[in-house]
Design a protein around this ligand. Sequence first.
Ligand code: MN
Ligand code: MN
Length: 455
Amino acid sequence: MYSKNIWKDATQEKINAMMQFCEEYKTYITMGKTERLCVAQTLELVKQKGYQDLNAIQSVQPGDKVYLVNKNKNIVLFHIGTKPLTEGIRVLGAHIDSPRLDIKQNPLYEKNDFALLDTHYYGGVKKYQWVTIPLSICGVVVKKDGTTIDVMIGEDEADPVVGISDLLIHLAGEQLQKTAAKVIEGEDLDVTMGSIPLADCEKDAVKANILKLLKEKYDFEEEDFLSAELEVVPSGKARDYGVDRSMIAGYGHDDRVCAYTSLRAIVDMEEIPTYTSCCILVDKEEIGSVGATGAQSLFFENAILMLLHAQKGDSLLALRKTLEHTKMLSSDVSAGFDPLFAGVNDPKNAAYLGRGIVFNKYTGSRGKSGSNDANPEYVAWIREIMDENRIHFQTAELGKVDQGGGGTIAYILGNYNMNVVDAGVPVLNMHAPMEIVSKADVYEAYLAYLAFLKK
Ligand code: MN
Ligand code: MN
């Protein structure tokens, strides 16, 4: 089952199931351009599947399905198992934030008859990739009276899009002498909003016109940008990629591909699990998992405490035991091997598209720094599950030893002394506006997560 191309021996039945699953996934990422939109879609799905708000429940029994939403950007789901919580739970944890450009608090200005919107990029981006492509603005504006206004510009086919300009090649001689990190500077990632001046307006008439249009459509004022969360993201739908339709091109595979497959694994589990199943979708991974909605938040721990309380056993010891006995897959994407950039990988410890879910025993960079290095006992336990269920898996490092690397949420949950290993889908063009995954890996990750929850 090891390092073998899934397409080679997949039955037609499996390929059909794969394709169908990926159609549903494409809809999820097309509709889920922000973490809030991912939470909203997730909530809709789990409610259909009989999940109830844990806040509204006094006690929980095996077979119960509950959820908790944290500040609209972070959600946790539990399917209560037959074993006591203190024997540990099975957690799938993924992040639903993706790299993008956030709008600043004082963003709008006018220059040379253009209205522009100032941004601050979020997460690790190659800035030059974000110019001259169609972009959308998605998010919320919250007014002082507490009203939340949903903003979505550029996703509907009939909508205009926005974008960021780049210098024409004819005048780019000096620009092209710069290093790629400096060709486009962070402060220059400003979004073009419009160019028509408002009639009878002397100063900043183009900006005034944009504000008028925003007021008409969304009913907010310029100063409401102060309490907004607007994200500039690549516009358009996720699409099939490759003439053979074997892959998906889309924005935000990192890490919505593992979020969706983890989510589907827990909601598709029909029988009552032995160990309580859990899926947690977190925010802020791309900037260090910090803050109330990131993996470092006490939200997860509080949720476990609430479950223990609902079973009349919420002692500190019970909480610590539950966490310590828990097993987790940190569902996050890994770097897919790219033949055009083969030199950055050790080919025998790299993840290949089409060869299944990839386990990163450790990530980290330059000497495993900052890594959650999973215990071999745990990795062996996982291998057994994969083989029992005939799941295609591969193992990889994030590039060559001295090449760089990266991090996930694995080490944060590892701090509870639970066993955690990174497990996800290999991605090409990670963090680019258009990322690529193989449909075979998406489906295999889903099957792997399901097998893990059932063990
Ligand atoms: Mn990630
Ligand atoms: Mn990432």
